[in-house]
Design a protein around this ligand. Structure first.
Ligand code: NAD
Ligand code: TDX
Length: 354
């Protein structure tokens, strides 16, 4: 395995994946990280990687995948063997207030990458385009049932519709052009480096600042939570051994209503901060529901377990404790985001040097 183009490597899951990959003894290659550095892209997540590997195995390129000529330049500059495609606009609430970027990045961006892969790889079979997708493409479940790889797509938000569209393009390139592809559809991730607009880091941040904890609607919406490193190990397993042209669901088999999860999270933060266990619960506030709020997601991930031997390794209690501790130990990371300082750092180190 030689050169891997990771898109969106400065985001939450992409940066965790790059850390994960450099820790794998079976990875000896190079990583080219192509990222536009939107509000969600934070190269601070990869500071230690830059320091250790940027002379020979890690290369950063500030690239907008929605611009064909920008991403084309990567294919001209590097020999790419694998593409692991994380880059996306990822926040459902933002897709409701401003869907346009979601269409550009998630749909046009994926199309651009597929086109370049097809043109530059020609008939190579030792290559792979792995597309990172979401369980949200399957729609919303009632109280029972699961999403399977065979479940029909039924996206409800501009975000999930854009991801569904990109998934279809990826499969179309497999069937039409024989491009070697795989897709993973994963449930809600949590862990270090997650932008504090998503439920878990937002709530930890608000507790630490003693701000209210806004729960949408009745708080009974259900999500299936997976520790981010377990997502990374699933992706790596698929890249190495997944059957080309196949989709694999990845999930935590770990369903929680938002309000139950938040109560536990309050207790975990209270323990870390030496407070009474119910201390932060008084901050919980029910607010207006998200438009089109999907009620329940639940993943069946038997296929990746049976075919590739993957399984989750971090249980929820453990994962939440690690996560809470990480945000408390990395307060400056959160402060840099909240104050906008991280953008100044990006301006100075990444935007002006191109
Ligand atoms: P994120 O928002 O934290 O990071 C996205 C990254 O993509 C950022 O670094 C951003 O700068 C980059 N990016 C955005 N637009 C770009 C463009 N036009 N060109 C180049 N780079 C661009 O997202 P995340 O939570 O890490 O999600 C990564 C992927 O995983 C996404 O495809 C998302 O749909 C999928 N996913 C996320 C979850 C989750 O729980 N977070 C679950 C399942 C699937
Ligand atoms: O302030 C909040 N209050 C609240 O009640 C926020 C930010 C969220 N919520 C609810 C909405 C959801 O039911 O918590 C749940 C989780 O919300 P998000 O963290 O926004 O995640 P979700 O909408 O489930 O989508 C996430 O998982 C699937 C990622 O953002 C997607 O990128 C991924 O595809």
């Amino acid at each position: 395995m030689n050169n891997i183009l990771v898109t969106g490597g400065c985001g939450f899951i992409g940066s965790n994946f790059i850390h994960y990959l450099f820790n794998q003894s079976d990875f000896k290659g190079k990583i080219i990280n192509a990222d536009k550095l939107t509000y969600a892209g934070n190269p601070e997540n990869l500071k230690s990687i830059e320091k250790k590997y940027s002379d020979s195995r890690y290369f950063f390129e500030k690239i907008d995948i929605a611009k064909f000529s920008e991403i084309e330049s990567i294919f001209e500059k590097y020999e790419i063997d694998y593409i692991i495609h994380f880059a996306a606009e990822s926040h459902v609430d933002r897709s409701i207030t401003g869907p346009s970027e979601f269409i550009h990045t998630n749909i046009v961006g994926t199309f651009n990458l597929l086109e370049l892969a097809r043109k530059s790889w020609k008939d190579r079979k030792d290559v792979l385009f792995h597309h990172i997708s979401t369980d949200e493409v399957y729609g919303s479940l009632g109280d029972t049932g699961y999403f399977y790889e065979t479940t029909l797509y039924d996206p409800r938000s501009p975000y999930s519709a854009s991801k569904a569209s990109s998934d279809h393009l990826v499969m179309a390139y497999f069937h039409t052009y024989g491009l070697p592809v795989t897709i993973s559809n994963c449930s809600n991730n949590y862990g270090p480096y997650q932008f504090p607009e998503k439920l878990i880091p937002l709530m930890i941040n608000n507790m630490l600042e003693e701000k209210s904890l806004p729960v949408y609607g009745d708080g009974k919406n259900v999500r299936d939570w997976l520790y981010v490193e377990d997502h990374c190990s699933g992706i790596w397993e698929i890249v190495k051994n997944g059957k080309r042209g196949e989709t694999y669901n990845i999930g935590g088999e770990n369903e929680w209503t938002n309000v139950d999860l938040l109560n536990i999270l309050c207790e975990k933060v209270a323990v870390e901060k030496g407070k009474d266990k119910d201390y932060y619960k008084k901050l919980i506030m029910f607010v207006k529901d998200r438009a089109g709020h999907d009620r329940r997601y639940a993943i069946n991930c038997d296929k990746i377990k049976a075919e590739l031997g993957w399984k989750q390794s971090v249980n929820f209690e453990q994962g939440l404790e690690i996560t809470v501790k990480w945000y408390i130990d990395n307060l400056q990371w959160m402060k840099n985001i909240n104050s906008g300082e991280y953008r100044k750092w990006i301006e100075k180190n990444y935007l002006n040097r191109q």
